[in-house]
Each structure stands twice: as structure tokens, then as C-alpha cells.
Design a protein around this ligand. Structure first.
Ligand SMILES: Nc1ncnc2c1ncn2[C@@H]1O[C@H](COP(=O)(O)OP(=O)(O)OP(=O)(O)O)[C@@H](O)[C@H]1O
Length: 698
């Protein structure tokens, strides 16, 4: 037999309660009671109403007594339809069989909201009377309608038997052993979780299992929070609006807020109209400012003090854990940025008119918040230009993320650029921030943009135009603040004409156009570039590489189809393979034009140093000496060791054979001097080696 208790006078929550034989109710001052009475002379557990032997009974436990129809209850008495209950200064009317009346029509709707809020939604859709749907209704009016509930199965705490009044803990604000145990298990499991979303989800699940909450939600307050909102149970995501009012209060006060404590006259707002009680806790960072709010709602009763204690413990653990996750995420993004960017040169080398022009255009374009399209042959320095644009612009402090569009399969491009949410596809076992997100507040450099498929171009265009995108498997857009710089070696106008590139994307990218000249258009920069690369190599190898004049001429006369990248590779290869620090023209692995012929009035060049003039033993010895000196950059001590003779013997032979420094290091060019002595700071030969470098002096 169903029954109902309705508040007549005084202050109690809820103001109406449906009873069923399976769900008896306790009344008292403690928060764990089904009806919490706000009256100082009422005991913590004051009375219990239950169904026994086919009748409804009230049992009094209170120090100050309970009255039914004006008569003090001694032990337990039966309740009849219309009985008036008096506890302290609060009065209730007990009626039997009210579940069929118009108010009880609301019961299934409230349950539906709880069980499947996604399909029920706000008060209007729950079939509740119209006043509930309007914000104007007072809290008192609302309660009569909205707080009608029937205790849900499982609405009790674990281990708590509502039929046993002795279980209502008079020290209800202390955590029980099972709750402490649950807390320990929660924390242990949380420590092993590496993904932010998983940690939040684990937390919400724990709260739902361990407290009497019906809906639990996490709401990020930081716009860049990658998990802005998570609601559990998940079915409530669509309609699970989390109370803005509670969020705002928590944000402002930086303290937990409990709806129950607002008193009966406060208006909880529409988002809470389906719930009896709500708690909202701030999750704060080091500075004490909340970065997220934890919402916990329940129906039926109000929360017990113990629930609050449990939630505080969970929030106290979750906040620093999320902070650590946030820091780790930042480090990971930074790490991957560093891995992809890892610049080899941080400045554009060259004083030619072409490079000076380029520098000027970069200086003008860098501060502008517009996209830039860099055009140039492969290896000409497009990425270097993108780095300069980034570094010299207002985002220089932010990340520069480099994407080689040609290296990403079209099927993976969307996930790479925009990221994905856990479960988006098989293998997506965690949220993954895309490159756009990693570049937030910085620059995204799309290298080889001309290689994108038409489908990918459309997605890219959308992201650039809206500055937002939706991760694969995500339900909401992520907004980012990214400057896009793109580069290509293709003629994109031609690609548009051929139907391989979208005109609208070209317009979007080509706000500023920068052309990086191929190396053959500025050969005058080659000596400076070569010096730059050799200095780096010298530092790395602890040597002092230099080029002979003929080597430089050979470099300058080469057409460089692979541009500066090829120049760098040629020098590295020559240096690494060379036993000597001085690199001559023939040590340069170049297939192409040789160094120009020496002037006609210079003496005939000696035979190449790597072949003896004849098989005469004297010629072979001369050849060996020259070769050794060349390899050791004129170091007599080292050369004598290579030749297997003493230093004195070598000196004697040099004098006798008339071998001089210039004829070895600069064959065929008396005006050539040793080139490229390292700049201060670059590695130099050790003093012991330097003392014998001037051949003619020894
Ligand atoms: N003017 C320059 N000064 C110094 N180094 C340069 C210069 N131009 C290019 N480089 C170097 O040449 C190499 C290739 O440059 P970069 O990667 O920028 O070329 P790219 O045009 O982007 O090539 P790709 O189109 O193949 O990606 C890098 O090591 C870069 O540091």
C-alpha cells in the first residue's frame, strides 16, 4: 500500500515524500534521513515510518517526542489516512494511496530523468506542471512539485539498511570503513591512469558508486581544457546541463557549495529542477583558482554529511592529479614539437640581394596575423623561412609545429591534424590532441601543402576559416588560435588549373606570398654558407675544416639542383671522409662542372697529389710526403708519423726536395691562401699541432 507524507508547516526537506512498503523513511535532523527536519529540538534520528503487518506505523526515537493527531507517541503507533504528525515545530500530513493522484503522475517522469536523462530533458519534457518549467517559480512552490519522489532501488548507502533505524549513524559525518576502503581503491587505481579523460571518468564512476548521487559531472572552467565536460551516467550527456549557478558560485568563492544549505527559499534553477540536492566542488590548481568544477546531484533525499566528506576527499585528490596530467600533456606537446622542429640552422645565411630581399619580406610579414604561402624549390630554405616568420612574430613564444603533408597518408591526415577522441576508431584507446591543438597559440607550418588530397584540402580550409575543428569521434568543436604558414615546391596556380588544388584554399593560404630563391640564383652566398656549415661540423667533430680556393670555386660553379640542403650534404660528406681538415676541390663529391682552369700565365700545375709523377722511387717518396702533408694540413709532426720517419728526416727531405707549403695546400694557384680559418669559438687544432703548421719555417 502506497502512502505519502506532505509538509504542512515548518522547515523540512523534501517537502513531500511518497512511501512504499519496500521503502520506509526516517525523519530527523541528520542529513542521512529521508526527510531532514531543520529544527534544533529534533533529534538527529527522530522517527521512522514503515509498513508492517499491512499497516503504516510510526516509531519515535526522539528525545522530545513525536505526536500523532496531538497525542505523544509512546514507542510506535499506527498511521491512518489524514494523520497529522508533529515533530518539533514541524507538521506533516500522512495520506494513504496518493500514488494515483495527479502529483504521483510525476513519479515515473522523475525516475526517467534519473535513469535516462538524455531522453527526458528539462522539466517541461518531464510532464511536470508548467510552473516547474519557468524560472519564476519560487523554491517553495517548486518543491511541492519537483521533490516528489519515490525512493529508488539502491538509493541506500552500501551496507545501510533503511529498515533499521539503528543504522542511521549519529556521527553521520565520519566516513565508514567501506567508504575509506573505496577511497583507497579509487586513489590506487587513479595513480595508474595516464589519460585525463580516463581519470575524470574513473572519478565520476567512483562517486556514483560510492555516494547516493544520481548524476555526476566534470566541468572545465579553462577554455583550453581538452575535456571540457564529462557527465556520468553517459546517457545524461545530451541533456545533462550542469548548473551554471553552482559553477559560478564555486568559481567565485573557491569553496564547495551545497544546495541544501541554501535554505528553502532559494531557487535552484532549471538545470537542477529534477534533483533534490546538489553539491558542487571546485578543483583548484596551485594558485587556488578553480580550473574545473565537480557537480554531484541526487534525487529523493538530500546528501548525507558523509557524502560531502567523501566528495571533498575525492576532489582533494583529483585536482592535483589533473594538474599533473595537464603539466605532462604540456611537456608531451613541447617534446613532440621539439622533435619535429629541431632546427639545423636558426638564421638565414647570405648577404646576396636575393637573401636580403627575402629577409626584408619576412620582417614585414612576421608581425601580421595572416597566413603566408612560401614557395620555393626543395632544400632552398622554406622551413627556415617559416621558422623566421614564427620567431619574429608575436607568437614567437608559442609552439611551432611542423607538418609534412606529403608524409601523412590521406586517411590519417584528419586524425593527425585534428586529433581524435578515445574510442573514435579501433586502437584509439585515449584522447589524442592533433597538430592544430599542439600549435595553439603558435604557428602551424604545413610543409608540402600541395601534396594534400582534395578531401583533406576541404577539411583544412574549414579549420583555417573557422579557427576551430572537431576531433575525430568528438562531439564538440575545439577552438584554437593558430597562425598557418604553408609551403610548397609546386606551382599552385597551375595545380588549381589542373583541378588538383582548391582555388579557395589557395586564396586563403596565399595572403602573403614569399618566394625562396634557389641556390643557383645566389651563388655569391656559397662561401658564407660553406663557412657556416663547416664551422658547425668543426665544432661537432672537434676539428677545423677549411676549403681551398679551388674547392670554393667548384662549389660556386655547381648548379645545385638540391639547393642549400645539397650543399650542406656535400660538405658533410667531404669533411667526414677527409683525413685532412683542408678540403680540396677533388674531395667534394660533386658530379658536375669542375673548378675553372687556372690562369694561363701561372706555372704548369704539378701532377695531382694523389698520384706519383712516375714509378721512380724518388717520385713516389715525393708523392707520399706531399700526400701526408696534405692530409695533415701541413702538420710536420703528424705527417712524419704517417710516413714512418722522424720529424728531422722529414724536414731534411722537404728542404732537399724543395717542397713548400703553398705548392701543397694550393696547387696551381699561388694566390690561394688557406681558406676559412674558423671563427672565434670554432674548434681549432691543439697547440701541439699548431706549432708545426708553417712548413717553410721548419
Ligand atoms: N639561407 C640559408 N641559410 C642557412 N641554412 C639554410 C639556408 N637555406 C637553407 N638552409 C639549410 O638547408 C637545409 C634545407 O632547408 P629547408 O628544410 O628549410 O628547405 P625546404 O625548402 O623547406 O626543403 P623541402 O621543401 O624539401 O622541405 C636545412 O638544413 C636548412 O637549415
Amino acid at each position: 500500500m502506497l502512502a505519502r507524507l506532505v509538509l504542512e508547516t515548518g522547515d523540512a526537506v523534501p517537502t513531500a515524500l511518497d512511501l512504499s512498503p519496500a521503502h520506509p523513511a526516517t525523519l530527523g535532523r541528520g542529513r542521512e534521513n529521508a526527510i531532514v527536519i531543520r529544527c534544533d529540538i529534533v533529534s538527529r534520528l527522530h522517527a521512522k515510518i514503515y509498513f508492517d503487518d499491512n499497516r503504516w506505523v510510526i516509531r519515535d526515537f526522539g528525545l522530545n517526542g513525536t505526536r500523532v493527531n496531538g497525542v505523544r507517541v509512546n514507542g510506535a503507533v499506527d498511521l491512518d489516512d489524514g494523520s497529522v504528525l508533529q515533530i518539533g515545530d514541524v507538521q506533516f500530513v500522512f495520506t494513504v494511496g496518493t500514488m494515483t493522484g495527479p502529483k504521483t503522475m510525476m513519479l515515473p517522469a522523475v525516475e526517467a530523468e534519473v535513469a535516462a536523462p538524455a531522453s527526458s530533458g528539462g522539466a517541461a519534457r518531464r510532464g511536470t506542471p508548467p510552473p516547474l518549467a519557468t524560472a519564476a517559480v519560487t523554491r517553495a512552490e517548486t518543491k511541492v512539485h519537483e521533490l516528489v519522489y519515490r525512493e529508488m532501488p539502491g538509493d541506500t548507502h552500501e551496507g545501510e539498511d533503511p529498515g533499521d533505524p539503528g543504522d542511521a549513524d549519529p556521527d553521520g559525518d565520519r566516513l565508514r570503513v567501506d567508504e575509506l576502503d573505496a577511497l583507497c581503491r579509487y586513489m590506487t587505481a587513479a595513480l595508474a591512469i595516464t589519460e585525463r579523460y580516463d581519470l575524470i571518468h574513473h572519478t565520476l564512476r567512483t562517486i556514483l558508486n560510492q555516494t547516493s548521487a544520481r548524476v555526476v559531472g566534470y566541468l572545465g572552467l579553462d577554455p583550453s581544457d581538452p575535456t571540457p565536460k564529462v557527465v556520468h551516467p553517459e546517457k545524461s550527456i545530451v541533456d545533462g546541463r550542469l548548473s551554471r549557478r553552482l559553477t559560478a558560485r564555486v568559481r567565485e568563492t573557491r569553496r564547495a557549495t551545497w544546495l541544501f544549505e541554501d535554505g528553502p527559499d532559494s531557487d535552484p534553477g532549471e538545470s537542477l529542477s529534477a534533483f533534490t540536492d546538489a553539491i558542487c566542488l571546485p578543483l583548484a590548481g596551485h594558485d587556488g583558482a578553480p580550473f574545473a568544477a565537480l557537480h554531484v546531484y541526487r534525487t529523493g533525499r538530500i546528501f548525507a554529511e558523509r557524502d560531502m566528506r567523501f566528495l571533498e576527499a575525492v576532489a582533494g585528490f583529483l585536482a592535483p592529479s589533473l594538474d599533473i596530467h595537464r603539466a605532462r600533456r604540456k611537456l608531451e606537446a613541447e617534446n613532440s614539437r621539439l622533435r619535429v622542429v629541431a632546427p639545423v640552422a636558426d638564421e638565414l645565411i647570405g648577404d646576396s640581394a636575393a637573401i636580403m630581399n627575402l629577409r626584408q619580406t619576412i620582417a614585414r610579414a612576421a608581425p601580421q596575423p595572416v597566413t603566408v604561402l612560401i614557395h620555393g624549390e626543395s632544400g632552398a630554405g622554406k622551413e627556415l623561412v617559416a621558422q623566421a616568420l614564427h620567431r619574429n612574430g608575436p607568437r614567437g613564444h608559442g609552439p611551432l609545429v611542423v607538418v609534412n603533408c606529403a608524409a601523412i597518408a590521406p586517411t590519417l591526415l584528419e586524425a593527425e591534424l585534428f586529433g581524435y577522441r578515445k574510442g573514435a576508431f579501433s586502437g584509439a584507446d585515449r584522447d589524442h590532441p592533433g597538430l592544430f591543438e599542439q600549435a595553439d597559440d603558435g604557428t602551424l607550418f604545413l610543409d608540402e601543402v600541395g601534396e594534400l588530397s582534395l578531401e583533406s584540402q576541404a577539411k583544412l580550409l574549414r579549420a583555417i576559416e573557422g579557427n576551430s575543428f572537431r576531433p575525430v569521434g568528438g562531439t564538440r568543436d575545439v577552438k584554437v588560435d593558430v597562425r598557418v604558414v604553408a609551403a610548397t615546391h609546386r606551382d599552385l596556380e597551375e595545380e588549381v588549373r589542373a583541378g588538383r588544388f582548391r582555388r579557395d584554399l589557395l586564396f586563403r593560404l596565399n595572403v602573403i606570398n614569399l618566394r625562396v630563391p634557389p641556390l643557383r640564383e645566389h651563388p655569391e652566398d656559397i662561401p658564407e654558407l660553406a663557412r657556416f656549415f663547416l664551422e658547425r661540423l668543426s665544432t661537432q667533430c672537434r676539428r677545423a675544416f677549411r676549403l681551398t680556393g679551388s674547392a670554393v670555386r667548384k662549389l660556386q660553379s655547381f648548379p645545385w639542383p638540391g639547393n642549400v640542403r645539397q650543399l650542406r650534404a656535400v660538405l658533410e660528406s667531404a669533411a667526414v671522409l677527409s683525413e685532412a681538415d683542408v678540403i680540396d676541390a677533388d674531395a667534394l663529391p660533386l658530379a658536375g662542372p669542375a673548378a675553372p682552369a687556372a690562369p694561363a700565365d701561372t706555372p704548369a700545375p704539378e701532377p695531382p697529389a694523389d698520384l706519383p709523377a712516375s714509378l721512380n722511387i724518388d717520385d713516389i717518396e715525393t708523392w707520399a710526403i706531399r700526400k701526408a702533408l696534405l692530409q695533415t694540413a701541413g702538420n710536420v709532426s703528424q705527417a712524419s708519423r704517417l710516413l714512418g720517419m722522424s720529424r728531422d728526416t722529414l724536414h731534411t727531405k722537404l728542404k732537399k726536395k724543395g717542397i713548400g707549403r703553398d705548392s701543397i695546400l694550393h696547387p696551381g694557384d699561388p694566390n690561394d691562401s688557406v681558406l676559412f680559418t674558423p671563427r672565434p669559438g670554432a674548434a681549432r687544432p691543439k697547440p701541439a699541432e699548431v706549432d708545426s703548421i708553417h712548413l717553410g719555417d721548419h
